[in-house]
Design a protein around this ligand. Sequence first.
Ligand code: DGY
Length: 317
Amino acid sequence: MSNKQFKVVITEAEPPYNDIKSIANVYQNPNPGTLPRDIFLKESKDADGILCLLRDKIDKEFLDNAKHLKVISTLSVGYDHIDLDECKKRGIKVGNTPDVLTAATAELAVSLTLAVSRRLIEAADAARNGEWKIWTPFWMTGNGIQNSIIGILGLGRIGGTVAKLLEPFAPENIIYHNRKPKNESKYEYVSFEDLLKKSDYLIVCVDVSTINGILFDYNAFKKMKKSATFVNISRGSIVNHDDLYKALSEGEIGAAGLDVTNPEPFPTNHPLFTLKNCVILPHIGSATISTREAMIKLSESNLINGLTGKPIVGPIQ
Ligand code: DGY
């Protein structure tokens, strides 16, 4: 009989999480991929803590079932998969992994913006497929950042870093929209309407837990400049992807870069995949080795600290 005090469920098979195993009886998903819901529910029935991922839905049904739960640690900065109100009611602590992924995710946002605006994927494909004939003045021309208006939806940790990284490219202006203006920001605060209308690059970095429903539908895309580039590194749930396809194919906006979609994985038969002016990445914002290592470390310490009464990093401490 083990004398370990806690029971923990870890939904991801990969990281060993040895520190948790030294203080808790651990059920860790033995297989790569999502832990099947019925097993997750069964194993969490008597769990004190869980370590989960974006793909695990922590809703009322789950929380009603996991009656002993004290701590939820998620291997992500986003927590839109967790019903925070229900956690609050039950006094469950929720930890996430902010800060450690800010730089990597902002780098990806800038890379994707440049890849779309300078048509990098399309151009590399053309070179590989023998479409590269002779140098002509306008072949594979795109738009630059210099003298453009960068619009950021969600000037938080990641959005602010994206703005800072783009400054040396000499845009004409960097504007942003948040629920309210940031006193300390040097960038220009505008309404959501103006962000749509004025941006040459609209980069969505917003924390979706502050948003209900879809922000980007056909109507919103129609308000944007016909040359505008739409980039989303936040969550796909705030975009109507059929409307995005319509807007791109009708020329209502110029191009799009998506690191996040709804659903994920994005169906390969979605018409957005047929468009050359749309680049879709498989949610790799935080995918650098050192970032993922730091996220794993923080998610592990959040769980251990939460169980042992020490401070954790997260929306409910
Ligand atoms: C997060 O952490 O929320 C990102 O979307 C994935 O790293």
